[in-house]
Design a protein around this ligand. Structure first.
Ligand SMILES: [Zn+2]
Length: 243
């Protein structure tokens, strides 16, 4: 049997109780940026996700308002899924306002992030190409706080790319819930109510409703993905024009 040294015993104890401090360990000084009163100096990725009507955009706006109150430089972006959305004011409160710039690609989004920007908000992130994941990573590595909101599932309850990858690289993921229109439970699915007949569906509540897992009935006969979260107009995802 191999003799066990005192160091070995201490090492085993440290593994079994990682939080227990031993007197032989040097005490680390607090990190110079650890104070909660200092502004955030490190970049990060936050994802706000859930079904339609779950309040993702409201949560995004709430966080943006706080950043604006803190006098941080904020830029907001939306995917260009329709010409009507070229410029949308997504935050407006007294003197606080930020315009969401509609961009066709993740590459275009990255190119429009200005020097000195501290917070980048991305609404309807599920409509971006997969490159948005790398863009968010690069922005966070530059020290920017990235907040992305988007649907986690499509109308069949399938993971909605690129949201799963975005959630994987994020420091923080917040799932928000709607209320199931059938039973009143917290809802995590977007139920499509009408058959697909045109490329653009105008209307929100009559075309989709929030459902819980039990009440959700995926309709596999409908292949077109729509989005109408927090907006009266539902727009089909189509190939985006080059900028
Ligand atoms: Zn239900």
């Amino acid at each position: 049997m191999r003799p066990v040294s005192a160091e070995g015993v201490r090492a085993e104890q440290a593994v079994s109780a990682p939080c227990a401090a031993t007197s032989s360990e040097p005490v680390r000084p607090p990190h110079p940026e650890a104070s909660p009163w200092r502004p955030r100096l490190h970049g990060s990725v936050e994802v706000i996700t859930g079904s339609m009507f779950s309040g993702k955009t409201e949560e995004l706006i709430r966080r943006l308002k706080r950043a604006l109150y803190a006098r941080q430089k904020v830029q907001a972006f939306k995917p260009r899924v329709d010409v009507r959305y070229d410029a949308t004011r997504i935050v407006s409160h007294q003197a606080l306002a930020v315009d969401a710039v509609a961009v066709a690609t993740s590459q275009s989004l990255e190119a429009r992030v200005e020097d000195g920007t501290q917070v980048v908000a991305i609404d309807e992130a599920q409509f971006f190409d997969r490159g948005i994941v790398d863009v968010c990573e690069r922005l966070a590595n530059r020290g920017i706080r990235v907040i992305a909101a988007g649907l986690d599932q499509d109308y069949l309850g399938r993971p909605f790319p690129p949201m799963p990858e975005l959630m994987a690289i994020a420091e923080e993921v917040t799932k928000v819930h709607a209320v199931c229109t059938v039973c009143g439970a917290p809802a995590s699915r977007s139920q499509r109510l009408i058959a697909e007949t045109s490329t653009v569906l105008v209307g929100g509540a009559e075309a989709y409703e929030a459902r819980c897992r039990i009440c959700f009935v995926p309709r596999d006969d409908q292949r077109t993905v729509h989005e109408g979260d927090d907006d009266p107009t539902l727009v089909e995802r189509r190939p985006l024009p080059a900028e």
